[in-house]
Design a protein around this ligand. Structure first.
Ligand code: ZN
Length: 271
C-alpha cells in the first residue's frame, strides 16, 4: 500500500519533470542530440585497473571523483589518467553521508555545519593538488546528499559547492539534466552500476529524446553487479556513440558543464 503510494508519487514527479522540458533553443554541438558523461566515485582500484584501459582504448574521456586514501594506492595510474585527458574531481575529504548509512569513519552529515564542511572541501582540494597536481573543477556529493546538520539547524551545502566548483553532481537522481534550465551546482547523477547494455542504452535514448545531459555514476568497473559498472554495457554505449547518426556526445562532466554554461551565457547575452 505504502509502496504503491510511493510509486504513484514518483510517477507524478517524473511526469511533472517531463512537463518542464521546455522547447527552448539550446543546441548541443553540431550533429549531437544528447550529452553523456561517465563518472566514477571513490577512486576504487578497478577504475584504474580495468576502467582506464577500457576508456583509453575507446577514446572516451571520463570523470573520476577521487577519495584521497584510495587515490594514493594507484598514484601512477591517476597521473596517467590526467595525462590522457580524463577529469579528476573532488568527492570531499571525509566522504560524509547521512548517519543512517553507517559509512562515515569520522563524522556524519548530521554532525557537520557549513564551516566544517567548507573546511572539508578545501582540504580535499588541497590534497588532490598535492597528490596529483590538479585543482578539481567539479564535485560529486558523497551519497548524493547535499545537507549538513539536522532539523532546524540543517542547511544545504550546495552554495559552498557553487562557490568552489563549476558543477556539483548528485546521485540516484531520476532524470537527466535539462541543459536549458539545470542548476550546475546540483547536476543530476543517474546510477550507472549494475545495468545491462540494454538498460544503459535506454537511459541514453531517454535523455536523447529530451535533448538532455545524462551523467552516469559508477563505482567499480568490471562484471555487472552491486556497485559495479559492467564493461560490456560500457562497450555497447561506446559502440552506439561511434555511429554519428546517433548524435551522442560523450565527454567529461567538466567539458559538458563548460559547454552548457557558455551556451546559456551566449543566449542570455543575445536577449
Ligand atoms: Zn562515494
Amino acid at each position: 500500500m505504502l509502496r504503491d503510494r510511493f510509486r504513484a508519487i514518483s510517477v507524478l514527479a517524473l511526469l511533472s519533470a517531463s512537463a518542464l522540458w521546455a522547447q527552448g533553443d539550446f543546441k548541443w554541438p553540431a550533429g549531437k542530440r544528447v550529452a553523456v558523461s561517465f563518472s566514477f566515485d571513490d577512486a576504487r582500484l578497478s577504475q584504474v585497473d580495468t576502467g582506464l584501459p577500457l576508456f583509453d582504448t575507446n577514446g572516451v574521456k571520463a570523470t573520476f571523483y577521487v577519495s584521497l586514501k584510495n587515490a594514493e594506492k594507484r598514484l601512477d595510474g591517476w597521473k596517467r589518467a590526467i595525462a590522457h585527458g580524463h577529469e579528476i574531481g573532488s568527492h570531499s575529504l571525509s566522504h560524509a553521508c547521512t548517519a543512517n548509512y553507517h559509512l562515515s569513519s569520522t563524522m556524519a552529515l548530521e554532525d557537520f555545519n557549513l564551516t566544517t564542511m567548507a573546511r572539508d572541501l578545501d582540504q580535499a582540494n588541497a590534497g588532490i593538488k598535492r597528490l596529483l597536481g590538479v585543482t578539481p573543477v567539479t564535485f560529486a556529493y558523497p551519497c548524493g546528499q547535499k545537507f549538513v546538520g539536522r532539523g532546524l539547524a540543517a542547511r544545504s551545502y550546495i552554495p559552498l559547492v557553487a562557490e568552489r566548483y563549476l558543477a556539483g553532481r548528485g546521485y540516484l537522481d531520476e532524470a537527466p539534466n535539462d541543459p536549458k534550465v539545470c542548476d550546475l551546482a546540483q547536476s543530476m547523477g543517474t546510477g550507472g552500476d549494475d545495468l545491462t547494455a540494454a538498460e544503459m542504452l535506454a537511459l541514453v535514448e531517454r535523455a536523447a529524446k529530451r535533448g538532455g545531459w545524462l551523467i552516469l555514476v559508477g563505482h567499480e568497473v568490471g562484471k555487472k553487479g552491486y556497485q559495479v559498472t559492467d564493461v560490456a554495457s560500457l562497450e555497447a554505449v561506446f559502440r552506439y556513440a561511434k555511429d554519428p547518426a546517433n548524435g551522442v556526445w560523450i565527454d567529461t562532466v567538466e567539458s559538458v558543464a563548460r559547454y552548457v554554461a557558455k551556451t546559456r551565457a551566449a543566449s542570455t547575452a543575445q536577449r
